[in-house]
Design a protein around this ligand. Structure first.
Ligand code: HEC
Length: 184
């Protein structure tokens, strides 16, 4: 009898310990997740998205849709600084070395009447600057348009490109909703 009582006490003791360990790890781990999430939201977003999509973006348009959906306007504005030496993006901005990019999304390619484009770009003027075309162009301009005057090596990181696309989309008369938009 005494022996049994001892065993029951041992088991209860064990349960209590397990409960305390559980409680403690909850107290430590949960707030850590919360604070890291708050401190590094962009890092976590970037890591999660990068892991799942980066290598597949060229073959999988839906991966680009995902990236575009979680793209960041602030980062896009920051990344645009590599473009802004050659491009303004304001509503009545003047052309610099490159044409003004206000409202460029879904504008006709080479569509500014008062800017002199390369013959190579003019050849494509029946097409529009869809997100697909913009993505390919800013990834590596001369691969998309052999003979373009845009002397720029391109943005290799798809996450950065999607952030820039969000920024360009916002700088237009009617920004498109990414929920309805699909890369194809
Ligand atoms: C060194 C200067 C330079 C840089 C940097 C540059 N561009 Fe350009 N961009 C040009 C020039 C020049 C053209 C005209 C190309 C042509 O006529 O072939 C152009 C054309 C374009 C066009 C076509 C516009 C139209 O009206 O058809 C887009 C879109 C564009 N650039 C986006 C960008 C983005 C986005 C960046 C930054 C990631 C960027 N450019 C960086 C010089 C530059």
């Amino acid at each position: 009898m005494k022996q049994m009582k001892r065993e029951v006490i041992d088991i209860l003791e064990e349960i209590k310990n397990l409960y305390l360990i559980g409680l403690l790890s909850g107290l430590v781990i949960y707030p850590t997740i919360l604070t890291t999430g708050k401190l590094y939201p962009n890092m976590i977003r970037k890591q999660a998205v990068t892991r799942s999509v980066k290598s597949k973006t060229n073959k999988r348009p839906q991966a680009l849709n995902t990236l575009l959906l979680c793209s960041s306007l602030n980062k896009g504005e920051k990344y645009f600084s590599v473009c802004s030496g050659c491009h303004s993006v304001e509503v009545s901005g003047t052309h610099k070395l490159g044409p003004n990019l206000w409202n460029v999304v879904f504008r006709s390619i080479a569509g500014c009447s008062n800017y002199i484009y390369s013959p190579a770009l003019v050849k494509l003027s029946d097409l529009k600057w869809t997100f697909n075309n913009l993505n390919k162009f800013i990834k590596h301009p001369s691969s998309f348009v052999n003979g373009t005057y845009m002397n720029f090596s391109g943005i290799k990181d798809p996450i950065e490109r999607m952030d820039i696309l969000r920024y360009l989309n916002c700088n237009s008369f009617e920004p498109l909703s990414f929920d309805r938009f699909k890369f194809n």
